[in-house]
Design a protein around this ligand. Sequence first.
Ligand SMILES: *Cc1c(COP(=O)(O)O)cnc(C)c1O
Length: 489
Amino acid sequence: MMEYRSTRGGGAVDAPRALMEGLAADRGLYVPAAWPEFDWRSALQGDEYAMEARILEAMMPGCADEEMIRRAYAGKFTDGQLCPLKAVGDVWAMELYHGPTSAFKDVALTMLPHLMSRARQGQGSRRVSILTATSGDTGKAALEGFHDVEGTGIAVFYPEKGVSQVQRLQMATQEGRNVRVCAVRGNFDDCQSAVKEAFVRLSAQLPPEEALSSANSINIGRLMPQITYYFACYAELCRRGAIRLGETVNFSVPTGNFGDILAGYYAKKLGLPVGRLLCASNENHVLTDFFRTGVYDKRRPFRLTTSPSMDILVSSNLERLLFDGCGEDAGQVRGFMERLEREGSFCIGGDMLRRLRESFEADYCTEEETAEEIARLWRERRYLCDPHSAVGFACGRRYREQSGDGRPMVVLSTASPFKFPAAVLAALGEREEGDEFAGMARLAALTGQTPPPALAALREKRVLHRDVIDREEIVDYVARWLREEGAPC
Ligand SMILES: *Cc1c(COP(=O)(O)O)cnc(C)c1O
């Protein structure tokens, strides 16, 4: 049986239980207790939904089947494609943003409510309440997935000044009986740590039929569906004759909380011929420094950038990689995490760093480099990309130039450029005038491309959520919300 255990040493649970808990009681993250035998070659057969079914059946048995997966995605992605692949110069762009909220997180968050529904019934829970901290894109994608879903409630916390106007409006206009959206005075790290705190404190108080879970990538239900597109992309490269079956491919991944790139590493662990995973960061380059030196040090200024979904200094999912990299030694992971909390940094040994670097490479972009990359891709290739994806393109290009590694490179394109019109227009040398909707129209006129209809329609929607609180208030806020929703706590 496929089981999960905590990176900090807790006992094993099955996949539905790991999914429902989100975070383990010892504050660790659930990871596979053992990796299943997986026939990666056969897994490449069929369309992306068939691939996802085989991956989820292996990794999360009892949570999904192919029929349910097809139903979950039906009508949600443009042309039914989860991850269209485009040639952009000598790299490939895997566009993951053609879902309902125009960011890659839709791939997993379209699926998550369905996984939870099934797990909830199996566990006999009456209701599951979802807590989510967002750096901008997770919040809306989770709201889109969970609003009005029977037996669920969802609360989202975002940094008041840390998201783009479009991202804020996407969340603040969310309709639904079971939703709560709240801004927090602080940055994403403040939101994430306070939400984790609320999680651990309130989970312990709730009766067994009331479950508290997370839609953040600390939840395995977020990570596992993301493995799919690495497989789908590989299969597509084979179909197009760009590679032969068995050849390795590199991926450049714009990274914040280390979830998306970890899914690539998990694809590799399942056998997919993944070469290097390039961890691409913005000016909050704590991960670049970590992969170069073995020292993770969060004691540095938190910068607000044009790629807000990557403005993160405490990258949660790195803990899962550390667990793997130190030979699944939970005691050692606990030591790293305690030092991070107490002193603000930790250091891994040279052997472990070398092991990690067999699979990972890391680089970052300044704000100027990000803007230049957007301009360059448009000027030279007529390819329009958002600031997060631009970080991936720039780091990918630099890696190819400097390493001499000529293997095919796929850049994960994580958001629609129309989600960040002000930053994209500025990069293209246009002066900002008016609000972001004027920016969207201007960007459309300039490039001849059409904004996703759901983004353009935001302008007409009513703002329904105006709460703003301090981070110290989050635990009480969540407790009050749970009581209002009928959970005794
Ligand atoms: C969330 C996000 C990222 C970072 O992904 P992680 O899984 O947190 O590393 C990158 N780009 C965009 C557009 C995002 O929304």
